[in-house]
Design a protein around this ligand. Sequence first.
Ligand SMILES: CC(C)(COP(=O)(O)OP(=O)(O)OC[C@H]1O[C@@H](n2cnc3c(N)ncnc32)[C@H](O)[C@@H]1OP(=O)(O)O)[C@@H](O)C(=O)NCCC(=O)NCCS
Length: 169
Amino acid sequence: MQLVSIDHSELGGALARQTQDLLDLAFPDMAGQYYQGEIPRKLILLLDDDTVVGHLAAYIRQVSVGGEPMTIGILGGVAIAPNYRGKGLSKRLIAAAHQFLVNANIGFAVLFAFEPERYLSSGYRRMTTQTRFTEHGEIKQFVYRGGMVAELGDRPWPDALLDLKGPTV
Ligand SMILES: CC(C)(COP(=O)(O)OP(=O)(O)OC[C@H]1O[C@@H](n2cnc3c(N)ncnc32)[C@H](O)[C@@H]1OP(=O)(O)O)[C@@H](O)C(=O)NCCC(=O)NCCS
């Protein structure tokens, strides 16, 4: 099993096709459109021999937290192929994404989970404060169910309004 960290622009050929198949299976309602919004800063893929069995998209976003400008990481598109689930592989993807963010001097990672309990063991806790974001051109603001944050450095997350200045991922 091999972890590969690439730019979105490097995704081509068989790697791109297999990644698309994995994303279509994991997120059927977004079929074929996963990367149509913001382009991720880094893709972390997990390969078994030459087959893509895991995917994570890491974004870097200028946001504000409690009115303070801040650069954070946002993780999206966490997907593991069905036969490979339940073996701790999504945690390996998340750990690699955290390393990428730490190397970029980023102190916080945020994600918006379908199943928040899966991320507790990767250092995430639920955000209890409101998130402001855009959706279909409209600004929305509420406590986002599934919104979670991990502290990657020494600084504690300021429990205050997170303005994503864009959509969730
Ligand atoms: C969600 C998904 C990525 C998890 O991948 P995975 O490799 O099977 O997860 P892991 O084995 O790394 O498990 C992560 C944690 O979730 C826990 N977990 C596993 N299955 C679970 C379940 N059915 N319910 C609750 N927690 C579960 C694990 O125990 C582990 O926590 P632990 O370290 O405390 O034991 C995978 O199921 C998937 O691709 N699902 C479809 C796409 C999707 O929904 N992505 C998430 C978008 S937010």
